[in-house]
Design a protein around this ligand. Structure first.
Ligand SMILES: Cc1ncc(COP(=O)(O)O)c(C=O)c1O
Length: 363
């Protein structure tokens, strides 16, 4: 690549991406470990074969039917009252975020995030020539008014919160989001990629959309919906912001097939509830087990746990891979992140971690 006349600021940079290693237990990218059900798969086959003969035509550029279905989903999930006009879907929430930065970012603009958090925010900024800044979360990874005040002191144009946060799982209180909205005149983005895993009764930031036209809540079908391979994410926001995004979206960005299969999965969303209950329970049980083994565990409302601390996390990570278990080296030094798998996968993780720590402790 070094001989190519690429942009100066990209020289020497590495592309984003978790290692894709073919091992029996993959707990590194926070997917739902259960694939779509056989009934859903059968419906997908039917819908795709019906669409096949029309693939010579471009898709619905505005994805109207999918947007209406996503609005209905959020209305029943979070007791809100959104319409298709409030929703903007794209190829994964990554694409939605990039569009937002294309729209609200740029050379004279600053985005502020809260460390540790999802590392792609920095990449979106780099790609859109937006200045990236961050402030540290509290020691326990929470964000409160004092942390928010530090962010505001940087005079940002865009603020991004992730809740539950990746990689810590921390949930932000709605009161703190209210404080932010009241004290800031820029764009507030709340990335709720993991919202479906939050404990029952935790309100979503979508409940604040009505009164805050500069609020954007990001959701995805990659996590709870078992649809990472389909690439569907979306923003819930004001109709004004949805209209403005049209300036930067590529024409026909969301394929006919993607729109249709997303709608199929939404029809099956009730099926998910049993899985989500199981995964939440597995998460809470695994957190207790890790604590019992003497690890620190960050309280998590997502489908993963950040635990530690290790003197040499890379060594632990490698030894787990040798045992056929892939987790993620991310977050502050010394910590590791494990995604919640099926009960069998979580057991395999526990067995492998026990062996690795016994080895390290010379047992
Ligand atoms: C906080 C957060 N936002 C967004 C994404 C990307 O999701 P998508 O697959 O919808 O692009 C991830 C993926 O890991 C994530 O952790």
């Amino acid at each position: 690549m070094t001989n190519l006349p690429i942009r100066k600021d990209l020289i020497g940079r590495s592309p984003y991406g978790a290692p894709q290693i073919d091992v029996p237990v993959r707990l590194n990218t926070n997917e739902n470990p259960f694939g779509p059900s056989p009934a859903l798969v059968a419906e997908l086959a039917k819908v795709v074969s019906e669409l096949g003969p029309n693939l010579n035509r471009y898709p619905d550029r505005d994805a109207n039917e999918l947007r209406a279905d996503l609005a209905n989903y959020l209305n029943s999930e979070s007791q809100v009252n959104l319409t298709a006009k409030n929703i903007w879907p794209a190829n994964g929430s990554n694409e939605v975020m990039q569009q937002l930065l294309q729209l609200f970012g740029g050379p004279d603009k600053t985005l502020v995030a809260f460390d540790p958090t999802y590392s792609m925010y920095e990449d979106y900024c780099r790609n859109t020539f937006t200045k990236y800044s961050s402030v540290s979360r509290n020691e326990d990874f929470t964000i409160d008014k004092s942390v928010i005040d530090k962010a505001l002191a940087l005079q940002p144009d865009i603020i991004v919160f992730t809740s539950p946060n990746n990689p810590t799982g921390t949930i932000i209180d709605l009161a703190d989001i209210d404080y932010m909205l009241a004290s800031f005149t820029g764009v507030v983005v709340v990335d709720e990629a993991y919202a479906e895993f939050r404990p029952a009764g935790t309100p979503s930031a979508v409940s604040r959309l009505g009164s805050n036209p500069r609020l954007v809540v990001i959701r995805t079908m990659s996590k709870a919906f078992s649809y990472a391979g389909a690439r569907v994410g979306y923003a819930a926001t004001s109709p004004e912001i949805v209209d403005a995004i049209q300036l930067v979206r590529l024409p026909y960005h969301l394929s006919t097939i993607t729109q249709a299969i997303a709608r199929v999965a939404l029809r099956f969303s009730d099926e998910l509830q049993g899985q989500l209950t199981l995964l939440r329970q597995e998460r809470d049980d695994l957190a207790i087990w890790l604590n019992e083994q003497g690890f620190q565990v960050a309280p998590s409302g997502a489908n993963f746990l950040l635990f530690g601390t290790f003197g040499d996390r890379n060594l632990v990570w490698e030894q787990l891979v040798e045992q056929g278990v892939l987790i993620r080296q991310t977050g502050p030094d010394g910590w590791l992140r494990v995604s919640i798998g099926t009960p069998e996968e979580n057991q395999a993780f526990k067995t492998a971690l026990t062996q690795v720590t016994n080895r390290t402790n010379g047992k």
